[in-house]
Design a protein around this ligand. Structure first.
Ligand code: ZN
Length: 148
């Protein structure tokens, strides 16, 4: 992981209004971890209005091991994040904001639940001009229960 060309602002704090959405990436390697990851995925679908990505059984993008992505809006963060703290079933989870600067968002703005895993930093652009890969959250779950 290279930390040499990330943007660290020290002159003034940055407002959170730049955060358009968040991703949670739930990682699994062994068959047992995969089974737990799918259980968590079902629970998420039952409890939260989020965009569940498909299950990637091979590494994709900056992610060095299999995972699936959960995209969610800033309005969901305060309920979903503590819920994941309690219900990740021992799996590693990366939660990062989407500001349009993918490299910063994954490497310096992110938080990890559980054991941090290596990311392939070279795959991450850091330019607002390219959009940084940010796309709108398209909710595709229909929660039948509440998280509280
Ligand atoms: Zn992501």
């Amino acid at each position: 992981m290279s930390g040499t060309d990330v943007t660290v602002r020290e002159d003034a704090p940055e407002g959170t209004g730049v955060i358009q959405s968040y991703h949670a990436h739930v990682y699994f390697e062994t068959p047992d971890e995969r089974a737990r990851a799918l259980r968590v995925r079902d629970w998420i679908a039952e409890h939260f209005l989020v965009q569940l990505g498909r299950v990637h059984d091979k590494p994709v993008g900056p992610h060095g091991v299999p995972m699936y992505q959960v995209a969610f809006g800033p309005d969901v963060f305060h309920q979903f994040t503590p819920w994941l703290m309690l219900n990740r079933l021992g799996l590693s989870v990366l939660i990062h904001p989407n500001t349009g600067r993918a490299r910063d968002d994954h490497l310096i703005h992110a938080l990890w639940l559980g054991t941090p895993l290596p990311l392939l930093a070279d795959t991450l652009p850091n330019s607002l001009a390219t959009g940084g890969g940010v796309s709108a959250v398209e909710v595709n779950t229909s929660p039948s229960r509440t998280s509280q």
